[in-house]
Design a protein around this ligand. Structure first.
Ligand code: UFG
Length: 324
C-alpha cells in the first residue's frame, strides 16, 4: 500500500512515517521544509519538497506513486500565533488543505487521515471529553482543523473518500530516532527538559490559580508512538469518523515538572508566571471510541515513560536535528 504523508518531516509525521515503514508500507513524504527537518525524514521514504497547496505537485505525486491513502499532518499548529495571524492559519491549513483533499478525491484516493486536535472543542463542559462534546474552538488554529473535518465529511458523502480525523490531546515523547524539535519551542515537556539540561535557567508556570488540585493546568499527555499507531489502525478500519486520542488521564504542570525531575535527576527552577491567554484549566480525553472502534490501546500511558523517551532523545540530540 502506498501512503502519502504530508508534513512527514515534522514531529508527529516523522514518527508515523517510521512506524509505517516498519510495517512495510511504501511512503512518500511531502513537506515544505518551512518547519520540518530533512534529517527527520526516514531514509526509506521518498521525500518531495513542496507545498500541499500546489495542485500540480500533489497530483504528480498521487499519479507517479500510485497513492492509495493520504495522512495529512502538514499544518501550522501554534495557538498563540493563530490568534495574531488568523489569515495565515486559514490560508495554510484550510485553503491549502482543501486543495490537497480535493486533488486526492479527484485522483480516487479512498482513505484520508487527518491530524486534528482537541482544540476543536474549546472550553470543555464535561471531563473526560467525548467526541460528542460540542465544538466551540477558542482560537483560529482549532477552528481551521474543525473546518477541515467538516469538508472531509462532505467529501465522504459526495466523493466516497473515507476519512478519519484524529483529535490529538498533548503529544509528547520520542522514538529512538525521531523527536520534538520546534523553533520556537512552546510545549511544556521539551521546555522543562531544556531547564533540566541548563539550556533554560527556569520554567515559567503559566498560572497556579486554576480550579485544579495544585492550581496548575491539567492536560492529557499521549506518546507520539501511540499517536502514530492510531493512524495505521485508522488506515485499516473501514468507514469514516472522528476519534479522540489521549490517555484519559490528566497531569498538572507541576506533576509534569516533578516527573522531569524524577527522570533526569535534576532540580528544575520554577517561576510562577501569569496565566497564558486561552488555556482551559483541564483537558482530558475520553478515548473509549478509539479503543472500541479502532482497537487502539496506548502502549506508553505512564508520564515517566513519556518524559523518559523525550529525555533520551534530547540527550542524544542536544541541539535537535541541527539542520536549519
Ligand atoms: N505551560 C507552562 N509553561 C510553559 C509552557 C506551557 O506552564 O512554558 C503550560 C500551559 O499553560 C498548559 C500546559 O503547560 O497548561 C501545556 O501546554 P502546551 O503548550 O505544552 O500544550 P497545550 O495544551 O497548550 O496545547 C496542546 C497542543 C495544541 C492544541 C492544544 C489543544 O500543543 O496544538 O493542546 O488544547 F491545540
Amino acid at each position: 500500500m502506498n501512503i502519502l504523508v504530508t508534513g512527514g518531516a515534522g514531529y508527529i509525521g516523522s514518527v508515523t512515517v517510521e512506524q509505517l515503514i516498519e510495517q512495510d508500507y511504501r511512503v512518500v513524504v511531502i513537506d515544505s521544509m518551512e518547519r520540518g527537518h530533512k534529517k527527520a525524514v526516514h531514509p526509506d521514504a521518498t521525500l518531495v519538497e513542496g507545498n500541499i497547496g500546489s495542485k500540480k505537485t500533489v497530483a504528480d505525486i498521487l499519479r507517479n506513486y500510485d497513492i492509495d491513502a493520504v495522512m495529512h499532518f502538514a499544518a501550522d499548529s501554534l495557538v498563540g500565533e493563530s490568534m495574531e495571524n488568523p489569515a495565515k492559519y486559514f490560508h495554510n491549513n484550510v485553503t491549502c488543505g482543501l486543495t490537497l483533499m480535493h486533488t486526492a478525491a479527484e485522483h480516487g484516493v479512498k482513505r484520508f487521515i487527518l491530524s486534528s486536535t482537541a482544540a476543536t472543542y474549546g472550553e470543555p463542559n464535561e471531563i473526560p471529553i467525548p467526541e460528542t462534546h460540542p465544538n466551540a474552538p477558542t482560537n483560529p488554529y482549532g477552528e481551521s482543523k474543525l473546518m477541515l473535518e467538516k469538508i472531509l465529511k462532505w467529501f465522504y458523502q459526495s466523493y466516497g473518500m473515507q476519512y478519519t480525523a484524529l483529535r490529538y490531546f498533548n503529544a509528547c515523547g520520542a522514538s529512538k530516532r525521531f523527536g520534538e524539535d520546534h523553533d520556537p519551542e512552546t510545549h511544556l515537556i521539551p521546555l522543562v527538559l531544556d531547564a533540566a539540561t541548563g539550556k533554560r535557567k527556569f520554567i515559567s508556570v503559566f498560572g497556579d490559580d486554576y480550579p485544579t488540585p495544585d492550581g496548575t493546568c491539567i492536560r492529557d499527555y499521549i506518546h507520539v508512538i501511540d499517536l502514530a499507531k492510531a493512524h495505521i489502525l485508522a488506515l485499516n478500519t473501514d468507514g469514516s469518523g472522528i476519534f479522540n486520542l489521549g490517555n484519559g488521564q490528566g497531569f498538572s504542570v507541576k506533576e509534569v515538572i516533578a516527573a522531569v525531575e524524577l527522570v533526569t535527576g535534576k532540580k528544575i527552577a520554577v517561576k510562577i508566571a501569569p496565566r497564558r491567554a486561552g488555556d482551559p484549566a483541564r483537558l482530558v480525553a475520553s478515548s473509549e471510541k478509539a479503543q472500541k472502534e479502532l482497537g487502539w490501546k496506548p502502549l506508553y500511558p505512564s508520564l515517566e515513560d513519556m518524559v523518559g523517551t523525550a529525555w533520551k532523545w534530547k540527550c542524544a540530540n542536544p541541539e535537535g536535528y541541527k539542520d536549519k
